[in-house]
Write a protein that binds this ligand. Structure first.
Ligand code: ZN
Length: 475
């Protein structure tokens, strides 16, 4: 039975979706004003993993991840880049989808964009005003925090605690400093929509409530995001959604811990800052995914080149075993049934390890535990092969398949690294990589990346190492 640590109750709870067998799952998406960095990548990867694991457990999962394509950061960045806000948002939305794909993150079932939901947001805000939860002041609408009794229930603090702890802007128009904007007025050169309160645009928090409920319903099962979003963003999402529907908004709130770089807080001003796409220039996607899953999602995660290299060698160790299994000279046509006591013992071990994997992963999606079990399978299989006898070696194939099955929720060990195209194609690849290296030497990154992307679309993954560039064909 899967248990999840629910930030709302502070308890490890058995996961029971509202509707049997069906999971409605929302995770906060990016604001598309820049490429996403390795800290942003953490929730994308870990909740992609949880989504897959829920499917592994037999649930039918509907997953929504929004795209915030309307925000002050977008407006400001667009001015810097000399683009219209919608052009800038489109550029980085495309980059976001490309980078998710490079990371092996499956596209969400629903990917709502704020600009497609402005009408819905206006109706939603009107309903909140009608119910007394919001008020208009000269073209802007604020949420009346004091009106919502449960405000603070997610962060576990009272309104007064929150007020003294948070840096809230003093705004004389607000009834209470914690009140937040549902609707902002727009100047001539800012994006704006006509509304009952004049031309304007939605505030940030309202988007998620509206898009989550529009795509998944008034009550959803899981709402996920980084722990930095608990207050005020998620607290405000609850206030809006529950005030409007009178029902519980999300039943399980999951939050991932933050990412540090070499032990320090990541920040643009400290200069220790890295885009996910840049990490993918140095490491293949399974290495990157392994790195994110090697620490429990709720704990802080330390990003360092050393940790990535460790991840790369861990992944390699598994592929070495898979390769060893592939290369076994087996007599075809033999059943994969244990025919010796040794074989029976090995098969029993594999069954136990599969159960142990689920036991680990069921403990609040404990991926380091799950990975530990995969390494047990590797160790046992190597041992089995070392003591090999011809008649039962075929069982090692079941172990290879088991690794693929257990790796799938994490998006790991899914590649056929031994496949090669050979012949003229092999030489063509050499030529393409040589051209790409020339471009890189001239710092023509865009063209070099175009080659990498193009190859990836053909199913060829390349990896830069100290000794040159390796490549392989993915399945
Ligand atoms: Zn959100």
């Amino acid at each position: 039975m899967l248990k999840l640590q629910n930030s709302l109750t502070g308890e490890l709870e058995e996961f029971q979706p509202l509707e049997e067998g069906k999971v409605r799952f929302y995770s906060c998406g990016p604001t598309v004003y820049d490429y996403f960095h390795i800290g942003n990548a953490r929730p994308f990867i870990v909740f992609d993993g949880l989504r897959r694991y829920l499917e592994f457990k037999g649930f039918d999962v509907e997953f929504t991840q929004n795209v915030t394509d309307l925000d002050d950061k977008i407006i400001n960045r667009a001015k810097e880049e000399g683009l219209k806000p919608e052009e800038l948002a489109e550029k980085y939305a495309q980059a976001y989808f490309e980078d998710l794909d490079s990371l092996g993150v499956r596209p969400a079932d629903n990917q709502p964009r704020v600009t497609d939901y402005v009408e819905d947001i206006i109706e939603y805000v009107e309903a909140l005003i009608e119910k007394g939860y919001a008020y208009e002041i000269v073209g802007e609408v604020f949420y009346r925090v004091r009106e919502f009794e449960d405000y603070g229930k997610l962060s576990g603090r009272s309104i007064d605690d929150l007020k003294s702890g948070a840096r809230v802007e003093v705004d004389v128009r607000k009834e209470d400093p914690l009140d937040f904007a549902l609707w902002k007025s727009s100047t001539e050169d800012e994006p704006g929509w006509d509304s009952p309160w004049g031309r304007g645009r939605p505030g940030w928090h309202i988007e998620c409530s509206v898009m989550a409920q529009k795509t998944l319903g008034e009550t959803i099962d899981i709402h996920a995001g980084g722990e930095d979003l608990i207050f005020p963003h998620h607290e405000n999402e609850i206030a809006q959604a529950e005030a409007r529907s009178g029902k519980q908004f999300a039943r399980y709130w999951l939050h991932n811990g933050l990412l540090k770089i070499e032990g320090e807080k990541m920040s643009k001003s400290l200069g220790n800052f890295e885009y996910a796409r840049d990490v993918l220039r140095r490491h293949d996607r399974e290495t990157v995914r392994y790195f994110y899953f090697s620490t429990h999602y709720r704990k802080p995660l330390n990003f360092s080149e050393k940790n990535l290299e460790d991840a790369a060698s861990a992944v390699d160790r598994v592929y070495e075993l898979l390769d060893r299994v592939d290369k076994l000279d087996l007599v075809e046509g033999e059943g994969e049934k244990p025919e010796t006591p040794r074989g029976e013992e090995f098969s029993a071990k594999l069954r136990k390890l599969k159960e142990a994997y689920e036991d680990e992963m069921d403990k609040d999606f404990n991926t380091p535990g799950g990975l530990g079990i995969i390494f047990e399978v590797v160790k046992e299989t190597n041992k089995f092969l070392d003591e090999g006898r011809d008649e039962d070696l075929v069982l090692a194939r079941t172990a290879g398949e088991l690794i693929g099955t257990l790796g799938e929720p994490l998006g790991l060990f899914q590649e056929d690294r031994e496949e090669s195209i050979g012949g003229v194609e092999e030489e063509l690849m050499g030529l393409v990589l040589e051209l790409r290296n020339d471009l890189r030497e001239r710092e023509e990154w865009d063209l070099a990346d175009k080659i990498r992307e193009g190859l990836r679309k053909l199913g060829i993954e390349i990896k830069d190492t100290e000794t040159g560039t390796d490549w392989r064909v993915n399945n």
